[in-house]
Write a protein that binds this ligand. Structure first.
Ligand code: FAD
Length: 633
């Protein structure tokens, strides 16, 4: 595991920087690196630790295990529906039965407290990127063209944003699972072949593997196919890894520090407030206040104390908040920027009434079809997913650092191939469904999901992800003025959210089609008996769930998300709900920007990290250009 060079020694440095960035994830990490590489003294403050020496972050096969690591995770609980009786229809609904002790599902013990649905977040160097599922799919052109149209700022046009993808590729490796790892398990290959067949690819019944090998070479990230965004088909799943080891934002930060650029990283540092100078005509952000200490945020299962060592840092040029979709609006509000009535309710002095902070939140919906076989998938033989000496797959992964194919199952996140589809409910000609499959029993997030999903090796699932969702009714509101409390997060799913123009029904309709397509792929498994393997039984939604109405109810009850975005949206001049201008500036104040998943007016693409990385690169460009102009360069 790459290690952070002497994190402690960076602490005793002077406290004035050109830029102070809060949060080292997809938004803050690359930006901090680029500013430092351009010679600006940059301070990156990260609430989580550096994850030094923690193998969980590096092994792609541990993508579920790492989200459960108490040192790295924040347990955020959200409402899919405000009505708790409705929310409790989801078997993943969580109750608190003691400090950081949970009951999942119906029949909680007496005295159990309602919590909601677990929404995993990573708190560590590299943010949620260091514990995500590694899937790397580049955005659709519409994601950026829309921002250009809304704001009139042509620099957001997809044709211009392309340069930022080039910059991301300077530090971000990506590669798919080595096909030979998958093809060794013929019943698994049989499911993957069936997926291709279900999207209309002609797979020869007697020689399916040759065709599958070809298909697994197809990248969904073509930059030469002009119709790529609308291209349906069957593709490999590219992962943010290098030779089977996770490598992304954290590694970029480590390299930038190691190369001697003026980047100071303070981990275990939780920012509690942005400071402003209010003597001028416009408030100006001057720096931040923070507390130093491990696990200070109460969402950390290792939280024990509310008292960290207090400190502050000054920004000569700007403060940039990159704390993520939930924490960025929380920090803005705690610092006096947000809807005035909400701030007044908590006695927070108002710096700027900005009603859009913590509104407009969007997410994707994800839903599985899970089946169970009579036998194990052999690709997982010896994999115990628990970091113990008996985990033979970990041993294989550790013993073969230089040959991807030899690293075995853990050199994959387990999700080997994806169908890309355009549902008949899509709002544009772009595809709006990604359906990916693997030998897992993942049914969404709840405490213990990491263990549940790999407890046996007999399950296979297709997961459908709805891209370009229409619901923008999510909110992030303060629960208290205590910066260590998690905010109140309501997604307001389906009919309780955006319904104009039948938006909720259109999204639901697309997901019903996705479930039917997944079932078609599962049925096609039986067309390829030549590959061996046993019969399966559908567990979720279950064979009895057949009508559109029944499938729709299953989706409304059990869908989940993990790409929350858009809670501090960029918007046009004159739009009172716009939080940012097209150059990431928080409207109505100076010296303060937001750069993370919360900036999007509409949720981008299919998988979100690529769009955030590009935005981070763009923000660096904007800031460096402005700084040079200000310095007369
Ligand atoms: C389980 C999971 C799997 C995912 N899989 C994929 C995938 O396969 N592909 C994909 O494209 N996307 C995936 N995502 C989504 C993607 O990783 C996130 O959307 C992305 O990381 C968000 O970037 P961000 O910069 O907004 O926030 P984050 O990456 O979450 O970073 C925010 C950082 O800010 C820090 N922070 C917060 N508040 C403070 C504070 N007050 N002071 C100091 N620091 C603070 C946090 O500790 C955190 O490190 C996944 C997400 C999850 C949770």
């Amino acid at each position: 595991v790459p290690t952070f060079p002497n994190a402690q020694s960076t602490r005793d440095v002077d406290s004035e920087f050109d830029y102070v960035i809060v949060g080292s994830g997809a938004g803050g990490g690359p930006l901090a690196c680029r500013l430092a590489m351009a010679g600006y003294k940059t301070l990156l403050l990260e609430a989580g630790g550096d994850a030094n020496g923690n193998v969980n972050i590096s092994v792609p096969g541990y993508q579920a295990v790492v989200t459960a690591d108490p040192k790295l995770r924040w347990d955020i609980f959200v409402n899919h529906y405000k009505d708790q009786n409705r929310a409790k229809r989801d078997p993943k609904y969580v109750y608190e039965i003691g400090p950081y002790e949970y009951h999942v599902g119906p029949n909680p013990p007496p005295g159990a407290k309602d919590l909601g649905i677990l929404y995993p977040r990573g708190s560590m160097l590299g943010g949620s990127v260091t514990h995500n599922a590694l899937i790397w799919i580049i955005p659709h052109k519409q994601d950026f063209d829309t921002i250009a149209t809304i704001t009139g700022d042509d620099s957001w046009a997809a044709s211009n944003m392309n340069q930022y993808l080039n910059k991301v590729y300077q530090w971000l490796p990506n590669m798919p699972t080595d096909p030979t790892i998958l093809l060794r398990d013929l019943p698994l290959a049989r499911h993957l072949v069936a997926g291709a067949n279900a999207v209309g690819i002609d797979v020869p019944v007697l020689t399916p593997l040759a065709k599958l090998s070809q298909l697994l070479l197809m990248s969904p990230n073509s930059r030469v196919n002009p119709a790529r965004d609308a291209t349906e088909g069957y593709f490999q799943v590219p992962l943010t890894m290098k030779l089977g080891e996770r490598s992304a934002v954290r590694e970029f930060i480590l390299k930038t520090v190691a190369d001697g650029h003026p980047l100071t990283v303070r981990t275990n540092t939780f920012v509690t407030k942005i400071n402003f100078n209010t003597t001028g005509s416009k408030p100006r952000a001057t720096g931040v206040e923070y507390m130093e200490g491990e696990y200070l945020y109460k969402a950390s299962p290792l939280h024990r104390t509310n008292f960290g060592k207090r400190g502050s840092a000054k920004a000569k040029r700007e403060v940039i908040v990159s704390a993520g979709t939930f924490n960025t609006p929380q920090l803005l509000k705690l610092s006096g920027i947000g809807p005035a009535p909400e701030l007044l309710r908590f006695g927070i002095p108002i710096i700027k009434h900005l009603p859009g902070v913590g509104t407009n939140m969007m997410d994707r919906y994800e839903i599985p079809v899970n089946v169970v076989h009579e036998d194990d998938f052999s690709v997982l033989d010896g994999c115990t997913f628990d970091l113990k000496p008996h985990d033979l797959c970990l041993k294989q992964w550790l013993d073969n650092p230089y040959i991807l194919a030899a690293r075995g199952a853990y050199a994959s996140n387990g999700l080997a191939a994806m169908m890309l589809k355009r549902s008949s409910f899509a709002s544009t000609s772009d595809i709006d469904l990604s359906i990916f499959g693997g030998p897992l029993n993942f049914q969404g997030y709840f405490p213990g999901w990491h263990d549940f999903s790999v407890r046996d090796h007999k399950h296979f699932s297709w997961y459908s992800l709805k891209a370009h969702t229409r619901n923008r009714a999510g909110t992030v509101e303060l629960r208290s003025a205590d910066p260590l409390d998690q905010p109140e997060i309501n997604f307001n799913y389906f009919d309780t959210g955006t319904t104009a123009g039948g938006a909720d029904q259109l999204d639901l309709g697309a997901l019903i089609q996705a479930i039917r397509k997944s079932r078609e792929a599962l049925a096609d498994y039986y067309k390829f008996p030549i590959l061996g393997g046993t019969n399966y039984t559908e567990e979720k939604p279950g064979a009895h769930v057949q009508s559109d109405e029944a499938i729709g109810q299953f989706i409304k009850d059990e869908a989940w998300g993990h790409h929350a975005a858009c809670s501090c949206p960029i918007g046009e001049e004159g739009n009172p709900m716009a939080v940012l201008d097209s150059e990431f500036r928080v409207r109505g104040v100076d010296g303060l920007r937001v750069v993370d998943a919360s900036v999007f007016p509409d949720i981008p693409g299919i998988f979100i990290q690529s769009a955030i990385f590009m935005v981070s690169e763009k923000a660096a460009d904007v800031l460096i250009r402005e700084a040079k102009a200000a310095d007369g360069e």
